[in-house]
Write a protein that binds this ligand. Structure first.
Ligand code: SF4
Length: 213
């Protein structure tokens, strides 16, 4: 078994049910939830969107709401002014140009306000089941600790390296496994190294923690 297989087998053992934790029922609800999740936890976003999607049950309803209303609805989230503006603009474009249906193509998605490469990847993987790996802060941190990417790599470089290391059919699952591992086990501060089976191949453990164990 090679190193990559060893890592992902272990992550699957830890998180057999790793999946997207944002709550949604419709395509635009997922896209809005992802936009709102920038620098916020999924748990927090779900608390907001449960009410938001109850209040505005169609794209047209969001479009008809004022910017101020949307700001008020999401104001407990970080960057809420920017997010409200992006949501309003994106919803207007979706209705005007796409008949309310969210495009599958990445180049069209990333033209929508508030939708960058990572957001488009998450959406395409989750809604359209396209082979994508979205690299967020958890994925990047874990990939670097485990030597799947270099410390100096930016998110695009990490994404490129993960794509090379994995088969396309593994991308979506690998993305969820890395997020869950980073979110609940290999946290930024106080990772659970004592119980981790990846110590031997972990750069962080071997550089900083080995002498303490
Ligand atoms: S040994 Fe610690 S830092 Fe390394 S992967 Fe495991 S939990 Fe993360």
């Amino acid at each position: 078994m090679n190193k990559v297989e060893f890592i992902f087998d272990y992550l699957e053992e830890l998180f057999p049910d790793a999946h997207c934790e944002l709550e949604y029922h419709k395509d635009y609800e997922l896209l809005i939830a992802i936009i709102l999740s920038a620098q916020c936890t999924d748990k927090r976003v779900n608390m907001i969107t449960r009410e938001l999607f109850k209040k505005y049950s169609t794209l047209e309803a969001i479009n008809a709401a004022s910017l101020k209303d949307i700001e008020n609805d999401i104001k407990s989230l970080g960057l809420y002014k920017n997010k409200a503006k992006n949501i309003k603009e994106t919803v207007a474009i979706l209705l005007q140009e796409y008949n309310g249906k969210i495009p599958r193509e990445k180049d069209l998605l990333t033209k929508l306000p508030g939708v960058g490469n990572k957001t488009a990847n998450v959406f395409r993987a989750e809604w359209y089941k396209e082979a994508e790996i979205a690299v967020d802060t958890h994925v990047a941190r874990v990939a670097k600790r485990l030597g799947l990417a270099k410390e100096s790599d930016d998110v695009n470089q990490v994404e490129k390296k993960l794509r090379k290391l994995l088969r396309k059919s593994q991308y979506i699952k690998a993305h969820h496994l890395l997020i869950h591992f980073g979110r609940y086990f290999c946290k930024a501060i106080n990772p659970n190294c004592a119980e981790c089976k990846l110590k031997d191949i972990c750069n962080l453990y071997n550089s900083k923690f080995a002498s303490k164990s």
